[in-house]
Design a protein around this ligand. Structure first.
Ligand code: FNR
Length: 342
């Protein structure tokens, strides 16, 4: 019999695809063209780091899948694509795998398929240190994503109604040996939240903002009464979240995700201070509509596209890209003024 948790995983996948849309969030900022290049395409090096981890490509496959037969197949395909393209990959929340041993394979398959790849574990911040360690061990993870998802839980019919995030995060970051990335799930992060996380000992954050997969919409659809649609615009968009993260005196290592659908979006996130960029909904959309060879080809196009953009900006490295100034539209300038961000 299929468990409630496994069923939820399948529903998240089908609803993320049902509500998948193109968005123009990243059109509210743009780069300034440079006509006199200093570098050749072969000179461009877009490798990056998340603490001790070396990423050959600065974008990666973000947390989505695992916990059911269907999502095991998706994880296997994503892991094979990650292996062929050198991308890092996060698995979806392993919580269901901790309580139900019969679905652990749906996560382990990722490490089996890509034994030498960079793989991130994932679990909610409502879990104990012991559970977090099990999530890492299950897939011999190189890092742990610890997701904070208050809005999602509260809209989710069967979700949590109380939270012990602060205590858990403090214990987990102090004791887990691999980098712990505290991650939103599409509602973004303010500088106040990031500052508080830093105070808890957190070194790595993934702002995961609004603008792509929308868990307010997905969970509202799963509610029998569908009565919480008014929260569909809850949260900060990815662009705002990155500007918030940059406003801190000592910014943490920031990762971006939320609505990234092109190499240009990736470049903009990096220029706003992100060290790496997670992509979830777009890759799920590809998994559903294309075969693996076509997805590998698309990722290679993204790698080429990102290098092209870096060349046109005279940026040889990600550090150069982080120094680029972007032109913001009036709405973003107003946002910065109201939030007292320079
Ligand atoms: C997610 N996301 C997610 N995040 C997480 O930390 N743990 C999880 O288990 C899941 N599960 C999940 C399932 C599906 C089907 C999707 C599409 C997404 C959230 C994801 O990692 C990311 O933060 C957001 O989706 C925003 O990125 P995109 O989708 O707009 O690129």
């Amino acid at each position: 019999m299929i468990s409630q948790h496994s069923h939820r995983k399948d529903e998240h996948v089908s609803l993320a695809e049902k509500f998948y849309t193109d968005n123009d969030m990243f059109n509210n900022l743009r780069f300034v063209n440079n006509g006199l290049p200093k570098y050749a395409l072969n000179d461009i090096d877009f490798s990056t780091k998340i603490g001790p981890l070396d990423l050959k490509t600065p974008f990666y496959i973000e947390a989505m899948s695992g916990g059911s037969e269907h999502t095991k197949k998706i994880n296997q395909r994503l892991a094979d694509i990650a292996r062929k393209t050198g991308l890092a990959m996060a698995v979806g929340s392993e919580s269901v795998g901790l309580s139900d041993p019969s679905v652990r394979d749906s996560f382990k398959i990722v490490r089996q398929t890509n034994p030498n790849g960079l793989i991130f574990a994932n679990i909610g911040a409502n879990h104990s240190l012991e559970d977090a360690q099990k999530a890492v061990d299950l897939i011999s993870a190189d890092a742990l994503e610890l997701h904070i998802n208050v809005a999602q839980e509260l809209i989710m019919p069967e979700g949590d109604r109380q939270f012990q995030f602060i205590e858990n995060i403090q214990k987990i970051v102090a004791n887990i040996k691999v980098p712990v990335i505290v991650k939103e799930v599409g509602f973004g992060m303010s500088k106040e939240t990031i500052q508080e996380l830093a105070g808890l000992g957190v070194q790595y954050i993934n702002v995961s903002g609004r603008g792509g997969t929308n868990f307010a919409t997905i969970e509202n659809f799963r509610r029998p009464s569908k009565d919480m649609d008014y929260l569909k615009n809850w949260g900060l968009i990815t662009v705002e979240s990155l500007l918030e993260s940059r406003a801190l005196d000592q910014p943490l290592t920031t990762i971006a995700s939320g609505g990234v659908k092109s190499p240009l979006d990736v470049a903009k996130c990096l220029a706003m201070g992100a060290s790496a960029v997670g992509v979830a909904g777009y890759f799920l959309h590809e998994i559903i509509h294309k075969d693996d060879d076509a997805i590998v080809a698309d990722i290679k196009d993204w790698q080429y596209g990102l290098k092209t953009i870096m060349l046109m900006l005279n940026c040889q490295t990600i550090a150069d890209l982080k120094r680029q100034r972007l032109i913001l539209n009036p709405e973003l300038i107003s946002y910065l003024n109201q939030r007292n961000i320079k």
